[in-house]
Structures are given as C-alpha cells and as structure tokens.
Design a binder for this molecule. Sequence first.
Ligand code: SDX
Length: 428
Amino acid sequence: MSKIATLEIDGNKYEFPIVEGTENELGIDIKTLRGATGGVTTIDPGYKNTGSCESAITFLDGEKGILRYRGYSIEELAEKADFLEVAYLLIFGELPTAEQLEKFDKDIKEESQVDEDMKKILDGFPKSAHPMGVLSSLTSALIAFNPGSVDVDSEEEMYGAIVKILAKFPVLAAWTMRKRKSLPLDYGDNSLGYVENLHKMMFAKPNQAYESNKLVIDALDKLLILHADHEQNCSTSTVRIVGSSHAGLFASLSAGISALWGPLHGGANQAVIEMLEAIKADGGDTAKYIAKAKDKNDPFRLMGFGHRVYKNFDPRAKIIKKSAEEVLGDLGIEDPVLDIAKGLADVALKDEYFVQRKLYPNVDFYSGIIYRALGIPTEMFTVMFALGRLPGWIAQWREMRLRKEPIGRPRQIYVGENHRAFKTVSER
Ligand code: SDX
C-alpha cells in the first residue's frame, strides 16, 4: 500500500501519493498540486528539498556517506575498475563484458580525430583564457562539425554520439592546456589506453618520446572514477534541463561545463589550492582562516568544505586523501600544502561552527593536491573534474531523454508591483 501525504489549506485537505525509491527514499509526488488547489505551488530556493526526477544511475546517502554508481559502491569501483568500464556502467547500466569493453574502446578510438578547423576556433582565444571557458566553447563548436541531429530513440545513433563525445572531449581538454603552455596541439596515440592517452595529449613534449608512469596513470584513472557522477548536482541538473528542451547532447554538455566552472561547485578544487597557497604565504596561520570562515561579515568560505547532500564525510574525499598521501609518497614529493590541508581539516572538524553545520571536507578539498603532484596546472583542475564527470552527464542526459521527461520549467511566486497605469514622461 503506497504512502499518502495530506496537505491542508484553508480547511481543505489534499492528498498526494508518495514515491518510494529502491533505497527507501520518500518523495511527495506533487504533479497535481496546482490543479487540485487552484494554483498553489511550492517554493524551494536552490531546490534543497525538491527532487527533480526519478533516476536509476547514482545513489547518495548524505547521512551515511554512501555513493554508488548503478548499485556498485564507489570504494569498490575506485579500487577494482578502470574509468572506461565505469563510463560504460554509468551510461548503459551494466559493467561491460570483455567484448563490450573492447568494442567500446575501439569505437571511441575511431572517433578520436577532431576537425582541423576546430584549431582555428582555439586560436581565437587569448592564451590567458580560462580553460573551462575555452572547453565549453569548443564543446559547443563541435556541433557545427557534427551537425546531424541524433534520434535519441535510436540505440545506434545515440551510441554513435556518445562514443564521439567521449573520444573528442579529452582531445579538446588537452588542447586547452597546451594552448596556455604554448605547446603544439597533440592528437594522442590510439595504441594507448583512454586515460594514458589523455595524459599523453596533455604532457607529451614535441621533441621527445612520451613515457608514461603507471603510478600517475592509475592515480588519474581513480580521480576520474571518483568524479564520474553525483546524481542531481548543479552541473548535471543543468545538462538535464538544457536537454529537456530537446537541445542536443553537445549543447547540453557545454552548458554543464559552464555550471561546473563556478567556485561553489567544480571550480572549488582550484579555489582550494589558491586558499591553501594563501594560508601558506600567510605563515600557515590556519586559525586566522578558520576565524574568517566563521565570520558572517567575512565573505571568505573554507573552500572544499561543506556539501548540499553529505552531512557526514564525503566518501570520495576519504579515498582522495589516502591517494594523495600514497601518490606524494611514491613520487617522493613533499608538498607543505598537504600538511596545511590536513591541519585545517583537523581544526575545523573539532570546531563547533563546522560540527553544528555538519561541514566536512568534500571531493574538492584534497583533489587539487594530487593534480598538482601530477604536474597539472591549477587552472586545469576543473577541466579534470569535467573529464571525470563527462560519462555521468551523458548518462543523466540519456536517461532524461529516454524517459521522455517534460521540458524543465519551474514556477515562481511574484513579489513585484501590483498592476499600475503607464505614466507619460511629463507625468513622472
Ligand atoms: C561540489 O552537489 C554536488 O553533488 C556537488 C559535487 C559533485 O560531485 O557534483 O559534490 C561537487 O560542488 C562539491 C562542493 C564544492 N564547493 C565548495 O567546496 C565551496 C565551499 N562550500 C560551500 O560554499 C557550501 O558548503 C556548498 C555550496 C557546497 C553547499 O552549500 P549549501 O548546501 O547551500 O549550504 P549553505 O550555503 O546554506 O550553508 C549552510 C551553512 C551556512 O551558515 P548559516 O547561514 O547556517 O550560519 O553553512 C555555512 C553557511 O555559511 N557554510 C560554510 C561553508 N559551507 C557552508 N561556512 C564556511 N565555509 C564553508 N565552506
């Protein structure tokens, strides 16, 4: 017997069915609210209490610190899977067989060429352009070179568009870095694995053979898995709502990249390192910055701390913290910024302000420390986040379209002027 929610307004009672998820989450289905009540809506800035959809892709439990992709725990996937397997799992719903994985890898490689004219668009940007802005533009520009609209109900056409963007996105992302470093654009090498090829396109020097380091590739692969999806976060909700107007996949992804760029979202990984560097330059005075974060009159926030859903530890932050210590140890890197980060977290996790608000380190708090150890420039950190999130965005967009979700169009409560008559300029 499904549960019912009863709402009473001015003595009138209204009943709404309650949707129960596979992990026993409950959601009041208010699809009939306006009609039943003669126009009453809900209001929920930031959608803190509002579910936008039913989804079968990712499950989060913010209180217990649980994250699963298609039912598999993030801990197991980070330990046992590789990024291409996880991309396939998120998008198609099952871990690939050996044959499926081999075909997926081959089909992606066949699409890894990017039209030479795309370089002319890249050339138009100043070297100082932020890579996220360049990547969003180049992703949108891909539409011009792949103009055919995709029939989302055609498995074949959808698969073709998916392998195309999975193939070309790493090339474009690597190009944004090489542009800033005035390095010639690199096309990669199809004899390499997906993540190794990404690393080669980012770091290969034009005058010497590329040599990969398994430790670095494994660390990068794990980071991409940890960022691959996170249910209805800001950028994923952007991809879904843009796609809900039946805009194409590439246009929706371009919008998602822009949403991820914000420092409250994916841009936080860059902001964390800038914050830690500022604390280091300030003599490592963590107490001063903790005080600033708590001061309501100070706009400073402890970047990499807090989360809309996790009111306990972020399971990804736990894995990344451990990986940061391993990678720096294996590479023999002493980064004082890691010690500052750990010191900051230790103090904050005991401070009433953070404890009371359930603010814990999130995925962005330690990730930049690994990216830095791998030689990735700070302004590229959020591009790395986008590279990881790409399969999640694709999976969510595809689910929204296959479920034929309606166009996203929230309502509002108007609080402006009542009706008033126009006055000519001489009457004002
Ligand atoms: C990501 O949604 C996802 O899943 C995102 C993500 C993903 O994988 O897609 O996990 C990736 O975006 C992680 C978050 C990265 N952002 C940051 O690290 C930026 C710093 N964090 C915050 O700005 C904040 O915690 C948010 C944006 C992450 C969450 O904000 P909420 O849920 O809207 O919470 P809020 O701003 O209403 O804060 C509640 C209280 C407030 O204090 P009071 O008004 O109650 O007194 O907590 C305080 C806030 O001032 N607070 C902080 C804080 N975060 C919240 N105070 C100091 N430092 C912080 N970092």
